[in-house]
Design a protein around this ligand. Sequence first.
Ligand code: XMP
Length: 327
Amino acid sequence: MDSNKRPDTMERITTPALAEAFIEEQVAAVREQVGDKKVLLALSGGVDSSVVAALLIKAIGKQLVCVHVNHGLMRKGESEQVIEVFRNQLDANLIYIDATDRFLDKLAGVAEPEKKRKIIGEEFVRVFEEESGKLEGISFLAQGTIYPDILESDGVKAHHNVGGLPEDVGFEGLVEPVKLLFKDEVREVGRALGLPASMVDRQPFPGPGLGVRCTGAITRERLHALREADAILREEFDLAGLTSQVWQFFTVVPDIKTTGVIDGKRLDNWPCIIRAVNTVDAMQVTVPRIDWDVLEKITNRILNEVDGICRVCYDMSPKPIATIEWE
Ligand code: XMP
């Protein structure tokens, strides 16, 4: 039987009880597969790797070694949440690597989007390999592969996730407990494992992170402004009850200057763009009509609280023709 094919008879995991049954089954399967050996997992903090981590912690506890690489392009508070949930609450074996300087130094002066993506992807693999090379006695590599990844790798769409590690890195085998599940099922399993809603219901976040939203050549100052503005947007969407209503939303701070004026003095600052989209498959998207008061509050907060931004815009463009990300 092709272990990468979801059997027609496999029931869709739609309830906590079904998720519990799946967890029980996978815990037994993982214990059987790895015995008393050690397993390594690149834990980005995204839904898939987080659910795999929680599942493996339940199955094999400290035999799992999680490595979280902070590439410096995470959203505000994200790496902190990974540490809090996995190290402090779930008592995981978690290695945290702050590789911010490495990534930002490599990216300095690079403006071309695909080149930026390539650098981030390659540097991620390099950091991960260096760190795993320091560890002894690791036999298996765990991955948060989900069923759409398998379907897409059949050639429909190039999968360009930062977590995409080369397969021939010398492990005895791969541990991929959620590879036959669809995203909604992974979330159901995550909830049953007790992961926080802010992690399980997280919106999609590109592997290259804020790197593709700080358009052109990334600078630390503009990246900082982007991260702060993004945090304000998320906070206000939460308060307005929009987080579960809008598929993906974020800010962009492009590499252009715009004129502002304060106390009669001219400013030469960046604009900040709010991007919000609704979609089923990310191929075609529409732009939601966000309440004017909400947009006004976000605008005022960004202008007052974020250094370097003097103009806020709402991106009205559907896909096609505009992609979701700005680059
Ligand atoms: P676009 O911008 O192509 O985005 O309309 C479609 C979806 O894919 C995400 N995206 C990425 N995800 N690595 C990723 O893992 C990337 O390089 C990347 N680029 C875009 C984007 O956030 C949206 O959800």
